[in-house]
Structure formats: structure tokens, C-alpha cells
Design a protein around this ligand. Structure first.
Ligand code: JD8
Length: 403
């Protein structure tokens, strides 16, 4: 792989002469060439910046030196030929991650353009697209003073994936972000340090037990420190998620969600017939015609739903479901509040049913203001709960006196 870097601070890239990457360069496994942008200026002050059109603080990098520099990198005799990837570090770029590192490691030729000041004249990237595949890349959501640090990090993350750069390629496999899990804790001699022991399993010689322990450690650490890596859905904060009307295409996932969501209710109410667990996909499709139904998606996955329909002066709320692995984060509360907020003016109270044995649900609905309804539930073994709705007609408080 060839890596060309254009910068006004060539010495900033000196760390790439060290350690693994330095050794790989000397071994010819990767060829890194650093170019000084000022070599492509034409004035005796080697000017690379000027004031911004439209005013404002700071300076902007001039296009001409960049045009000349990129043309030189692309066409000089030692250039490997073909259409290089031009990577322009920028706070607004595509977030660099291990997947992008793997993608870039498959490229024969990378060219990095390091901006400074307030950035590079926008026309440079536009013009470069004629001969380069241009990608704006960001190291992360914080502001640096230039692109060099990003190039150091990206070059190291990419070059170490090249064959022969990391001595034992095996170790690449179990690394964080490689397979979506953080790495397991590591230890070396002495077995006891400051009274702190190395976990006994690691001294056991039982490789199967060690592998299992390490995998468990990776899962626990990832769940504790980076739940977003486990399933992007798990990271979403409920108040960030949009509650939207369900569409027919949601039916299969809705069916799956309700089958998953009512298992715990079945356990809590032995012998009680739980309608959601006895429905087929066709029943769910049909229900979308009869009920106003809303869903919530996180990272593309349908993770919550609720529905409502007017029965006389009652706004009947049902099928409030949250994916089991995402319960306990307030999404249920959000969905219930949404269902209540969409009750038509004619509705004087919200009603819903849950199992007598569903202690957790009963606590949840009580906290939301629901109380056992005066009338008996339809199904034996269930509880009919009701909550007065702020009557829209009068704008007065809930039906209850003084409500
Ligand atoms: C390139 C100039 C500085 C940025 C005014 C501060 C990447 N993750 C990242 N954060 N910041 C950068 C980055 C910053 C750069 C340049 C990359 C060129 N600056 C500018 C805009 C605000 N100054 C980055 N990758």
C-alpha cells in the first residue's frame, strides 16, 4: 500500500517512522511519503493561507498550492497509478471506525490532505473529485487544530491490518471493535501484585475455561461500557426515538415484538389466555385496520409499539410493548403518554387491561395514574385499569371532581 500525506507540518508525521509502522515501512510492507504543501507555493513567503471570503475569524487554506500538490502526488513518476482515495480529515467528515479501517486497508493507494487554520478552500475537494475518490473523514466529535493527528491515527489503524505488519495476525481477530466486543482483561507475571491476584482460571491451563471466561469478560465489559456496540438499538435514549404511526410493512416485526413482549406476562399469569400470544401475522395485519397503532424504531429495529381505539367514551389503549432487552429505560412510559395524548376529544378516560399477576405492569400503570376501574374486567384473571383524561371539551382537569 502507498500512503501519501500532504501537510504544512511534515514533522508531525514523524511518529510514523517509529514502532510497528516504522518497521513495516522499512520492510516495504507499506510506503508512506510525506509532502510539504509549502513546496507547492510560488511566492517567496511560501503562503498557504488567506483571509476568508465573506469575512469571519481565522484564515483559509488557498486552493492553488493544494491543486498543485495533489496533481504532483497523483502524477509524479513514483506514483503507483490508478485512481487514489483522497482522505480529507474534517470535523464534519464520516466517522472513522474499525470498519472504515478495514475498508481503507483494502485500498492500494491512500492520499491524505491535512488542513489547518479554518480549513481548506472548498473548491479543492470539488476539483480533486475528477481524479480522486474523495472522502471527508472525522476522527471523532471533538475539534482538533488540523488534520495531522487524524492522519496519524488512521494510518496506524489501517497499516496494522496489512499482511505482515502485526507479527501474529491472530491477535488482530479478538481485538475490540474487530468483532463488536471490547477486549478481555489481560494479566502477566507476577501472579500476585500488591496483594492483587490474577484470576485463577488464567492459571488453570484449562484453555476451554479460559476462552469461556475471556468471552464472558468481553460481553460484560461491552455491556457495561459500550452497550451501543452490542446492539445499536440498546444505546438509544427513549426520548430520542420518534413515535410514528404504524404502516402495514411494520406488521411482521410488530407480531414478533408482541410474541416476545408477552412471554413475561404469560409467566406471571399461569393459566391466563394471553391474546397477543395466540395471534398470527394475519391478525396483526387486520388489527392495523381497526386500531390506531404507533411504533418506535431504533437503528432500524422495531423496538416498541402501542395502540388505541375509541370505545364509547373510553380510549382503549392496548398492546403496549417494548423489546425485552430495552425495557426499563422509559420507552414504555413514552409510548403510554403518546397513546394518551392522541385520545380523541370524545374520550373521557383511558382504559387498559393487564394480568392480575403482572405485578410489574400494575406498578407501572399505577405510577402512570391508572386505578382499577369500577366495572369488572372482561377476562377473569385480568385487571381493568382506568385513568381520567383531561376532558378536552371543557379544558377542565380530569373527570374526577376538582381533577
Ligand atoms: C481538519 C483545520 C481546525 C476545524 C476551526 C479549529 C478530524 N475529529 C476532528 N476534529 N477536528 C478535526 C479537524 C480540524 C481541522 C482540520 C480536521 C483542518 N481544522 C478547524 C473547524 C473549526 N478549526 C478532526 N479529522
Amino acid at each position: 500500500m502507498r500512503i501519501d500525506v500532504v501537510t504544512i507540518f511534515p514533522d508531525y508525521l514523524a511518529p510514523l517512522e517509529l514502532s510497528l509502522i516504522g518497521r513495516a515501512r522499512r520492510a516495504g510492507l507499506v510506503d508512506v511519503v510525506v509532502h510539504d504543501l509549502r513546496d507547492f507555493t510560488t511566492d517567496r513567503h511560501r503562503t498557504v493561507d488567506d483571509t476568508p471570503y465573506g469575512g469571519g475569524a481565522g484564515m483559509v487554506m488557498k486552493p492553488e498550492p493544494w491543486g498543485r500538490a495533489l496533481e504532483h502526488v497523483r502524477t509524479r513518476p513514483e506514483a503507483p497509478g490508478g485512481r487514489p482515495r483522497l482522505l480529507l480529515p474534517s470535523p464534519g467528515g464520516r466517522r472513522f471506525d474499525q470498519a472504515m479501517a478495514r475498508e481503507l486497508a483494502a485500498e492500494p493507494w491512500l492520499v491524505f490532505g491535512c488542513g489547518r487554520y479554518e480549513g481548506i478552500d472548498e473548491r479543492v475537494a470539488e476539483a480533486a473529485a475528477e481524479h480522486f475518490d474523495v472522502t471527508l473523514v472525522s476522527l471523532g466529535d471533538y475539534v482538533l487544530n488540523g488534520g495531522e493527528v487524524a492522519v496519524l491515527a488512521i494510518t496506524e489503524a489501517v497499516a496494522r491490518l496489512l499482511p505482515g505488519v502485526v507479527g501474529n495476525a491472530e491477535s488482530l481477530v479478538e481485538e475490540s471493535h474487530e468483532d463488536g466486543l471490547l477486549e478481555y482483561p489481560v494479566y502477566t507475571k507476577p501472579a500476585v501484585w500488591q496483594g492483587r491476584e490474577v484470576p485463577a482460571v488464567l492459571l488453570s491451563g484449562d484453555h476451554a475455561a479460559i476462552a469461556a471466561w475471556r468471552h464472558q469478560q468481553r460481553l460484560e465489559r461491552t455491556a457495561a461500557r459500550r452497550p451501543d456496540l452490542l446492539s445499536p438499538a440498546s444505546a438509544a435514549r427513549p426520548d430520542e426515538l420518534a413515535v410514528v404511526p404504524a404502516v402495514p410493512a411494520d406488521a411482521p416485526e410488530l407480531w414478533t415484538l408482541q410474541l416476545a413482549g408477552w412471554v413475561s406476562e404469560a409467566h406471571a399469569n399461569p393459566g391466563l389466555r394471553i391474546p397477543p400470544l395466540h395471534e398470527e401475522l394475519a391478525d396483526v395485519r387486520a388489527s392495523l385496520e381497526e386500531w390506531s397503532t404507533w411504533v418506535v424504531r431504533s437503528a432500524g429495529r422495531l423496538v416498541g409499539s402501542v395502540r388505541g381505539r375509541l370505545q364509547g367514551e373510553d380510549w382503549e389503549i392496548g398492546r403496549l410493548a417494548v423489546a425485552p432487552d430495552l425495557q426499563g429505560r422509559g420507552l414504555g412510559r413514552r409510548l403510554l403518554a403518546h397513546a394518551e395524548s392522541t385520545a380523541p376529544p370524545a374520550a373521557r378516560r383511558a382504559v387498559l387491561t393487564t394480568g392480575e399477576g403482572s405485578a410489574r405492569n400494575l406498578r407501572f400503570y399505577r405510577r402512570a395514574g391508572y386505578r382499577p376501574a369500577p366495572e369488572s374486567p372482561v377476562e377473569p384473571g385480568t385487571v381493568l385499569l382506568a385513568k381520567p383524561l383531561r376532558s378536552r371539551r371543557t379544558g377542565a382537569g380530569s373527570g374526577a371532581a376538582g381533577g
